[in-house]
Design a protein around this ligand. Structure first.
Ligand code: TRP
Length: 492
């Protein structure tokens, strides 16, 4: 049992680095930094302010309750703890799931190095949970072109090289190959995808791109255009091998995009264009979003982990010993300077990095609550808290490394091959009754009807409606049972 408060951790918050000028919080795809106050001290990122500025919605208890009712599954601990905290139109995706209508998941990674850290795995862990929960196709974009365009030094060969190792890291999270397509922009741009990229780019002016991303006259034009590539991946019609060739149908299938909040500007832009675009009279589905906050750097909650700063991050290839040393030496502590003072006043869990990491990696709600209470009361010391954090991170990284060792080049090839995917969707959804008349109805059910007489069609319709009623009843029953089961659960 540690008896000393880890005083060393106090001396090195990121804020004591070269004096910075006072600066507003900046969060966009290319910058993530909390406000810098008049003393040059970096503040924790203010996520509520982001929700206001970006115009997204906070995920509230009501929405979580609905998610639980609709899926019959307890929300992931990232949702319960506000780590996945904001969204755009998640309700519309739940509506579709309830009705058994198709949607898909889309997320991505910029392959900027071989050094994947625990901060990178957060959105992917959550994406895996969404895939397991909804049983829908998942598309993972590797933006090798972006990482080339947004770096002064990197070569095309270098970023392409990172694609394969990054794909292995992503696969090691545990995605289902039958439902997952991973692609690199350099390989996949062309055909239906390129047509969508150009459609999107035609509807974005230079003024808009400047306003959204802060570009200026010296920005290379590749960067200015890149948003149309990341955006066009939100449209199902970019993937005919998965969703079919019939664009009139596929333009109506929306994406749900799990991402860190800094990626929101790309999709705000895509949503605006989707609302204005038509394909033969049918409108493009706007992507929905679900946003996570950042895993803080070891130095404190004002910045995220950086792959290029070794002491800022726990890497997925770190040894147990490296993890221990990094946490002990660098993790910013919310404890007090002396044991005496700590015992008297208690620690601050809101800035304590070891505690913050436990919110991400310790799944047991009760244990987490116990630690919080004990640390804030001064009964638990920083050394003890760090020991728990080290144990949990070592476990997390070791189990990842075990899975990663089994991913080879063949597996990567399989995930990146253009092929149809197989998925089930909502097993409890009522059967979707397809519209008989040709027209601007919603997407029809996947099974085609062939040519039938009017009478046959009528009969079929009746049958389907009866089935739908039955399924609806069964669903309501299941929902009631789920709601009952959820009632006494403790909120965290
Ligand atoms: N631009 C992202 C990055 O640099 C990668 C990315 C592409 C992405 N499409 C996405 C991330 C969709 C989240 C969701 O990492």
């Amino acid at each position: 049992m540690a008896t000393n408060v880890d005083a060393a951790a106090h001396s090195e918050p990121s804020n004591s680095e070269p004096a910075q000028k006072q600066q507003k919080q900046t969060i966009d795809p290319y910058n993530v930094q909390g406000e810098v106050d008049e003393h040059g001290v970096v503040q924790a990122i203010d996520y509520n302010k982001l929700v206001d500025e970006f115009g997204t919605k906070k995920i509230d208890q009501e929405l979580l309750d609905r998610l639980e009712r609709v899926t019959g599954k307890r929300p992931h601990h990232f949702l319960r703890r506000g780590i996945v905290f904001s969204h755009r139109d998640l309700e519309l995706i739940l509506d579709r799931y309830e009705r058994g209508q198709p949607f898909f998941l889309y997320t991505g990674r910029g392959p900027s190095s071989d050094s994947v850290h625990v901060g990178h795995t957060i959105p992917f862990e959550f994406t895996k949970w969404l895939q397991d929960t909804f049983d829908v196709p998942l598309i993972i974009m590797l933006t090798d072109d972006e990482k080339y365009l947004f770096s002064e030094k990197r070569t095309i060969e270098e970023v392409q090289g990172y694609c394969s190792s990054n794909a292995k890291d992503i696969i090691a999270i545990g995605f289902d190959p039958a439902k997952t397509f991973i692609f690199s922009d350099f390989d996949y741009v062309g055909g239906a995808f390129y047509r969508n990229i150009v459609r999107l780019s035609k509807h974005i002016t230079l003024n808009q791109a400047r306003a959204i991303f802060g570009f200026n006259e010296s920005t290379n034009i590749g960067r200015i255009h890149f948003g149309s590539i990341q955006g066009a991946t939100s449209w199902a019609s970019s993937f005919p091998h998965i969703f079919g060739e019939d664009e009139k149908e596929t333009v109506g299938i929306p994406a749900l995009i799990p991402c860190a909040i800094d990626q929101d500007p790309y999709f705000r832009m895509t949503r605006d264009v989707s609302a204005r675009l038509r394909y033969q009279g049918k409108s493009y589905a706007k992507p929905s979003l679900i946003h996570s906050l950042f895993l803080p750097a070891l130095q404190g909650p004002g910045t995220k982990m950086s792959a290029s700063i070794d002491e800022s991050a726990i890497f997925m290839r770190d040894t147990p010993n490296q993890i221990k040393n990094k946490i002990n030496r660098h993790a910013f502590s919310g404890g007090k300077v002396s044991e005496e003072e700590h015992r008297q006043l208690g620690g601050d869990t809101t800035v304590d990095v070891a505690f913050q990491y436990l919110r991400f990696f310790l799944e047991d709600d009760e244990e987490l609550e116990k630690i919080k209470v004990a640390y804030e009361a001064g009964e638990m010391l920083t050394g003890e808290l760090k020991a728990v954090c080290i144990r949990e991170l070592q476990k997390y990284v070791a189990s990842f490394q075990g899975r990663r060792a089994n991913v080879d080049d063949e597996t990567v090839k399989l995930f990146m091959e253009r092929r149809p995917l197989k998925w089930g969707g909502n097993p409890r959804a009522p059967v979707v009754v397809p519209k008989v008349e040709n027209g601007d109805g919603d997407e029809a059910a996947a099974d085609g009807e062939g040519k039938m007489t009017k009478n046959q069609l009528k009969k079929l319709e009746k049958l389907k409606q009866a089935e739908a009623k039955k399924a609806q009843k069964a669903k309501e029953k299941a929902e009631q049972a789920a709601a009952k089961a959820a009632e006494p659960s403790a909120a965290v």
